[in-house]
Design a protein around this ligand. Structure first.
Ligand SMILES: O=C(O)CCC(=O)C(=O)O
Ligand SMILES: [Fe+2]
Length: 318
């Protein structure tokens, strides 16, 4: 085996172990130019420093879901944060449905904002395909086995997240506990710290573990779709963002998601007589839109979770 092939094999083993044991890992030596990341971070800070009326000009609505928002709910509890969302690959508006067209602030307000975010998103996409390949290999699949789900019509979105200092961090969360519903999330966080991951444990709820910020790294986490594709070999992991009373915290997650029409179900290679399919097939676009619709206000019932699609609901994993 060549040197390079041995290095890839070693990386695949590491990624596989992290996916199995944590569902989370940090990527260093990832090839995304630091200057592009810094430009995106600066653009984000500049956006949130705009006066409220400039931010309100690109506020999202219940139908047009991209842009600025400061009242999001996660699993029926309001988050302590403000966000700005874009689709790096914009989707044409389809009549009567939710609209995913980008709302950009005026160029005069924020010169270079759009370019900075687009450049960064392109770097994230390149990294996302590399991670996808490592994940596929770690499951014993062809390196490009999952690539076809992420063509031009992908529903990937990117968010800039700001968590303001909170006078009572014991009473609020920047972002309530949740699992990401897409395939992979790759995020850049600042040095403040606040991302907590729930440790997996056989007996039920594990402890919360703070993800130590590592300068120049990206945090990668598996979403529900990888859990389903892998037929539970990997699991999406619960996480949350804590806040603190002194400092604002800032991060940019990139949510790598397949096309809307994708029917998500365990991959045929992951299913066997000994390990039958554990999930009902579902339509990703419907799942995504149901989730996004429900984060405007407090509902009486919890919104849809991946566990609802399990064939064996008595098993609480996921
Ligand atoms: O603030 C963070 O680090 C986590 C962000 C996150 O989990 C999300 O936006 O889904
Ligand atoms: Fe998340």
């Amino acid at each position: 085996m060549s040197h390079a092939a041995a290095a890839v094999d070693a990386l695949v083993t590491q990624v596989g172990a992290a996916c199995r044991d944590w569902g989370f890992f940090e990527a260093v030596g990832h090839g995304v130019p630091e200057a592009a990341a810094a430009r995106a971070v600066n653009a984000g800070h500049a956006f949130f420093s705009l006066p409220p009326e400039r931010k309100a000009a690109v506020r999202r609505t219940e139908r047009a879901l991209l842009g600025y928002y400061d009242a999001e709910h996660t699993r029926n509890v309001r988050d302590w944060k403000e966000v700005f969302d874009i689709f790096p690959r914009e989707l044409p508006a389809a009549g009567g449905e939710l609209v995913f067209v980008n709302k950009w602030p005026d160029d005069g307000d924020l010169p270079g904002f759009r370019e900075a975010l687009k450049e960064y998103a392109a770097g994230m996409e390149a990294l996302a395909f590399k991670v996808l390949e490592l994940v596929a290999r770690s499951l014993g699949l062809r390196p490009d086995r999952l690539h076809g789900f992420f063509g031009d019509k992908q529903t990937t979105y990117m968010r800039i997240n700001r968590y303001p200092p909170c006078p009572r961090p014991d009473l609020a969360l920047g972002l309530g506990r949740h699992k990401d519903s897409g395939a992979l999330t790759i995020l850049r966080q600042d040095g403040v710290g606040g991302l907590d991951v729930r440790r997996r444990s056989a007996g039920g709820d594990g402890e919360w573990v703070r993800v130590k910020p590592v300068s120049g790294s990206f945090v990668v986490n598996l979403g529900d779709i990888i859990q389903v594709w892998s037929n539970d070999r990997y699991e999406s992991v619960e996480h949350r963002a804590s806040v603190n009373s002194e400092q604002e915290r800032f991060c940019i997650p990139y949510f790598f998601n397949p096309a809307r029409y994708t029917v998500v179900e365990p991959l045929q290679e992951m299913v066997s007589e000994e390990r039958p399919s554990r999930y009902h097939a579902y339509n990703w676009g419907e799942f995504f839109c149901t989730r996004r619709r429900s984060n405007f206000r407090k509902l009486e019932v919890d919104n849809i979770q991946i566990a609802d699609l399990r064939k064996d609901k008595s098993c609480n994993a996921g």
